[in-house]
Design a protein around this ligand. Sequence first.
Ligand SMILES: *Cc1c(COP(=O)(O)O)cnc(C)c1O
Length: 379
Amino acid sequence: MVDLKGQYEGIKETVNTSIQEVLDTNAYINGPYVKDFQNALESYLGVKHVIPCANGTDALQIAMMGLDLQPGDEVITADFTFAATVEVIALLKLTPVLVDVAPDTFNIDPKAIEKAITSKTKAIVPVHLFGQAANMEAILEIAKKHNLYVIEDNAQGIGGNYTFKNGEKKKTGNLGHIASTSFFPSKNLGCYGDGGAIFTNDDALAHTIRGIVNHGMYERYHHDVVGVNSRLDSIQAAVLLAKLPKLDSYNNARRNAARKYNTAFAGIDAINTPVTHTSCTGICDSCDCHVFHQYTLKVTGVDRDALVQHLNKHNIPCGVYYPIPLHSQKAYVDDRYNEADFPVTNQLVKEVISLPMHTELDDEQIDFITKTVIEFVTK
Ligand SMILES: *Cc1c(COP(=O)(O)O)cnc(C)c1O
């Protein structure tokens, strides 16, 4: 699904030099690379504060701790996402409220959010799923109207842009009150281990969070709040600092691959190619609203699981993200849910299939993959 070795070959010297420098200076924790990466990411995103931490799941949890959400507070998020999003809500004894997504973008449906709001609702967590920004303009309006926090889960969307109706353009992760991301190796900006970060423009919130990630300390050995231990280590920061200048070209390589897939699949009835919705329609060379963390098709009138087997037989990796709606997962079942409230997610879990998507895909590979898919769906 990804080719981390091929990508590494292109940046080997810079990365090796940086890692060697960490080894030479022995500054493994909170070394200068961590601060340098933090600063570089702040200017790339145009966000005031980046707080690095250990992984994307921690980042989400810490964001919710920073906002001082309390047990029983309701947090609305998408039924169709990776489990980390709902997991941290439940872990903090907040009440997850899962809602349906839009059938074209797979992103949380603003109408479903509005329907789910109660007097206990405190926050909305939109996920920029598969690399495309959620409908943030609508979500921010709802949040303003009901006085709710917006916590962006930007683990899959880093480097993407969102254009508002008035033409204003901002990076994802810089749209809500606070955002989280992951630097897991296969993410669009990945390190060589675990890593994550929290973003915010709020000075007071950033200060609170810098203490939370460090055992609740604002002054050495004074523990003012219950915190956690969540750090980005220097080796990972060095890798990320070497890779950040490449992020735009990496995301462009993903978009190019997506465009080639789309062209090859055009006119095949059984295949619905990804729809991009935020700042443009269709995928063009200059389109910057989708960073294609995944390239996900919807197949109709075809046995999706048989297609997975067919691809596996031809040694083509593929993935089903996600095969089970979160509201049906044992850990998250809740009497409040009604199957009729999740028509889209219940359908998507049967139809989606993600094809290989990374920075090193070449024409020959895309050709082989698309031919193998088409051969199956048209037979
Ligand atoms: C990867 C991911 C996370 C978690 O990131 P980790 O670094 O693996 O903890 C959270 N949310 C979404 C949507 C993700 O894709």
